[in-house]
Design a protein around this ligand. Structure first.
Ligand SMILES: O=P(O)(O)OC[C@H]1O[C@H](OP(=O)(O)OP(=O)(O)O)[C@H](O)[C@@H]1O
Ligand code: HPA
Length: 209
């Protein structure tokens, strides 16, 4: 499943053999096999090519609809870091990015208590902001964020999410840019975790048991 290439070069001068620094150490995770994370099994669900195409589509819409607004993207850590990095590289209009950090999940369940670990530092009065999330599930996290942001009197607040589970939504949240809609199943990969593991997976996996 993973392959390691670790080539250490040796340079010989006369009778001395001098090891050179490791120049290529790759851990390749390209397989789409079932995986195990702690006590749970996950099966392949959404491939990286599909994720990329979906991100390009919403980026094109944002470029078109928010040109001239100099929007401030607000990446919600931790989960959204991968999506935000890929989305921002498809954005061609003038824009800025900042970060906040929220936490509400334990294992595969929302605790229902959304904690602000690190709030927003920037002044957003009269600005267009786009909240960037990896996933909107129950919507509790997004609702909390929107309520916080609105107190600071932005011009408008837009929501961009990589994944949206419409059937799990328990709040009145309007999603402006959803790259992919999915059923109500727990997933990992591409920034999303199970118990802090699996964020580094390049594809998205769904729980199998
Ligand atoms: O719509 P909801 O049911 O509120 O779920 C969505 C939130 O859950 C995840 O965050 P989590 O609390 O797991 O923190 P993390 O981003 O550090 O993984 C995810 O990144 C969203 O912020
Ligand atoms: O399905 C999910 N997977 C990982 N993290 C999450 N946070 C909300 N929903 C999910």
């Amino acid at each position: 499943m993973s392959e390691e290439k670790n080539s250490r070069l040796f340079f010989t001068i006369g009778i001395f053999v001098i090891p050179l620094p490791t120049i290529n150490s790759l851990h390749i995770q390209d397989s789409m096999d079932t995986i195990q994370i702690k006590d749970k099994t996950f099966r392949p669900y959404i491939r990286r090519e599909e994720i990329k195409a979906a991100i390009e589509k919403i980026a094109a819409r944002i470029n078109n609809e928010l040109a001239g607004e100099n929007p401030l993207f607000i990446c919600v850590l931790n989960g959204a870091f991968v999506f935000a990095a890929d989305l921002l590289r498809e954005i061609t209009i003038e824009s800025e990015i900042t970060f906040m950090r929220m936490k509400s999940y334990s294992g595969t369940q929302s605790t229902g208590v959304v904690k602000i670990i690190h709030g927003l530092d920037e002044d957003i009065k009269d600005r267009t902001v786009i909240v960037v999330e990896d996933i909107i599930d129950t919507g509790f996290t997004m609702q909390r964020i929107i309520n916080q942001l609105k107190e600071r009197e932005p011009k408008q607040v837009k929501i961009a999410t990589l994944l949206f589970k419409p059937k799990a939504l328990k709040c009145d949240v309007h999603v402006d840019y959803a790259a992919l809609e999915i059923p109500n199943d727990f997933i990992v990969g591409y920034g999303l975790d199970y118990d802090e593991q699996g964020r580094n997976l390049k594809d998205i996996y769904v729980i199998a048991d």
